[in-house]
Design a protein around this ligand. Structure first.
Ligand code: GRF
Length: 211
């Protein structure tokens, strides 16, 4: 079984979209994969309640309680590995997880960390993507699912989709339109990764990983 761990910081709507897709499409039977846990770096993240309501184990590792990033990440990795549960590599999905991960942490899960970013990368990496898209006069916006590397929002692109920017759009209206798109492409991209991984597993070469 491939256990999926989802990292969040806030509302968790992408997390919920992934959990719903995993059930609707029966990832457990079709890809031998399941969402094993949701971990937040904030104790008050509403997504933790949403996860528990969906019957998913949910816990927090609060970054503010650690003296350094490496101590925080060591604790986070412990929590992830506890939920990984088997010899199969865990798949780590960042879904609105608002901490930058160190190169060491990324290396530990190399090729198995995925992120969703609310812009058409490589345009607008980092924060305030919708504001910057509006200020730039973009006619389209969108979202990107990508593998995580040590460089922020720069890893290989797995999926992208586009929405129009409409006259009179505000940061809020554009963000809402993009978020709806995120809920569609993030689960789709993960299902495709799992499908590819299954093909390798069936050839007896599980070492190929997700990338
Ligand atoms: C999403 O727009 C995601 O792309 C960004 O933060 C937002 C998180 O939303 N990184 P949610 O927590 O999944 O509802």
């Amino acid at each position: 079984m491939h256990n999926i761990v989802i990292l969040i910081s806030g509302g968790g709507s992408n997390m919920e979209a992934i959990v719903n897709a995993s059930r609707r499409e029966d990832w457990e039977r079709n890809y031998h994969a399941k969402v094993a846990a949701v971990i937040s770096n904030r104790a008050d993240a509403p997504g933790l309640i949403l996860a528990r309501t969906n019957g998913i184990a949910a816990e927090f590792v609060e970054h503010g309680r650690f003296a350094s990033r490496s101590l925080f990440e060591a604790q986070l990795a412990d929590a992830i590995d506890r939920h990984a549960g088997s010899k199969q590599p865990v798949l780590l999905l960042l879904a609105g997880f608002m901490r930058i991960l160190s190169a060491d942490f990324v290396l530990r899960y190399e090729g198995r960390i995925v992120n969703i970013h609310p812009s058409l990368l490589p345009a607008f990496p980092g924060l305030h993507t919708h504001r910057r898209a509006l200020e730039s006069g973009c006619k389209v916006a969108g979202a990107t699912v990508h593998l995580v590397t040590a460089a922020l929002d720069c890893g290989p692109i797995l999926a992208q989709a586009v929405v129009p920017v409409l006259d009179g759009d505000t940061e809020r209206s554009l963000a809402a339109r993009v978020l709806t798109l995120e809920h569609r492409i993030y689960p789709q991209a993960i299902a495709q990764m799992l499908q590819r991984q299954c093909a390798w597993d069936n050839r007896g070469d599980a070492s190929k990983g997700f990338a």
